[in-house]
Design a binder for this molecule. Sequence first.
Ligand SMILES: NC(=O)C1=CN([C@@H]2O[C@H](COP(=O)(O)OP(=O)(O)OC[C@H]3O[C@@H](n4cnc5c(N)ncnc54)[C@H](OP(=O)(O)O)[C@@H]3O)[C@@H](O)[C@H]2O)C=CC1
Ligand SMILES: Nc1nc2c(ncn2[C@@H]2O[C@H](COP(=O)(O)O)[C@@H](O)[C@H]2O)c(=O)[nH]1
Length: 325
Amino acid sequence: MDIFDYDHVQLLPRQCRVNSRSECDPSIQFGPRRFKIPAVPANMKTVIDEPIAEMLAREGYFYVMHRFDLDAMAFARRMRDQGLYVSLSLGVQPKDAELVLQLAQSGLGADYLTIDIAHGHADAVERQIAHIKQHLPNAFVIAGNVGTPEAVLDLERWGADATKVGIGPGKVCITRMKTGFGTGGWQLSAVKWCARVASKPIVADGGIRHHGDIAKSIRFGASMVMIGSLFAGHEESPGETVVENGQRYKAYFGSASDFNKGERRHVEGKRILEPIKGHLADTLVEMREDLQSAISYAGGKQLMDLRKVNYVVLGGENAGEHLFF
Ligand SMILES: NC(=O)C1=CN([C@@H]2O[C@H](COP(=O)(O)OP(=O)(O)OC[C@H]3O[C@@H](n4cnc5c(N)ncnc54)[C@H](OP(=O)(O)O)[C@@H]3O)[C@@H](O)[C@H]2O)C=CC1
Ligand SMILES: Nc1nc2c(ncn2[C@@H]2O[C@H](COP(=O)(O)O)[C@@H](O)[C@H]2O)c(=O)[nH]1
């Protein structure tokens, strides 16, 4: 099995087929909608809040609202009142099953539902998918997180419309250190191996440190990329603003950290500070432009042309063994 992560891989250019990068289209059809870019801010409390969700929905980006201390029904109603799509997160507790019933009975429904727990290859996820499919059959269900092809096959068989791949590669993850498990350090390979067996879209979740990592995720089979830290340090980000030595930061903490949970039980996340790098809208534009450039290097015009390029794996004893022409 090839083992590599984002920093170990570089994509190889193919002859350019456009006169301007503006001819390259990085949009993606994901479930019932098409979005400007294949990237979504992580459904974490220090990454997304209601104003950011509204902005993303209005501007043609994908969003997944977090599920912590949120009145999800009120949020869904406000989105519907503005003619915006509804994309919520769910756990696997009775209150999450109850929310599905409330969304169905109120007629609000949901366009996207993301079942998002630490160990998504679980009976509780199978039950939750079945519950959603029974009561909200039109909702596009993303389920995770998982880190193996076997898990992807099971979640798809259970009815998930997309699976989210990534156990422990996140910047505020400590799962690997606390439990010894995960895809941290080889997330891109995990995406590749999961995508090989998948018959439905894969969401690559965690470990993205540069915009080019989005193109790499697409190359290895992802259709959407979930990103926490790169989105957490903006003026609009919901985390607390902290000033240290004249530099402004936003707090970014894991959903399984004691900061999010409010208790020290099964803590698998930490808190860090992300330097504030400007406005979210500007980063989204830059991400789109960088993807347009990437598609042009791929010798293509569409996002999926990225899948056609060769790559090299740098460094290590396997260096040079992965030149696929
Ligand atoms: N991508 C990643 O690597 C990780 C992401 N996270 C994120 O943190 C948030 C909180 O996660 P989580 O604690 O799962 O959410 P929840 O607190 O909603 O827990 C989900 C349910 O699954 C149970 N559960 C959790 N982990 C396991 C496990 N390893 N084996 C069996 N049962 C388990 C929990 O019970 P009990 O608590 O009693 O065990 C609980 O009933 C989520 O958004 C999740 O995505 C968390 C860790 C890793
Ligand atoms: N192991 C943990 N993973 C977590 C926690 N909170 C969130 N996450 C995951 O991280 C990604 C974001 O990763 P990044 O590298 O882009 O910052 C997020 O989408 C979750 O899947 C946590 O407490 N522990």
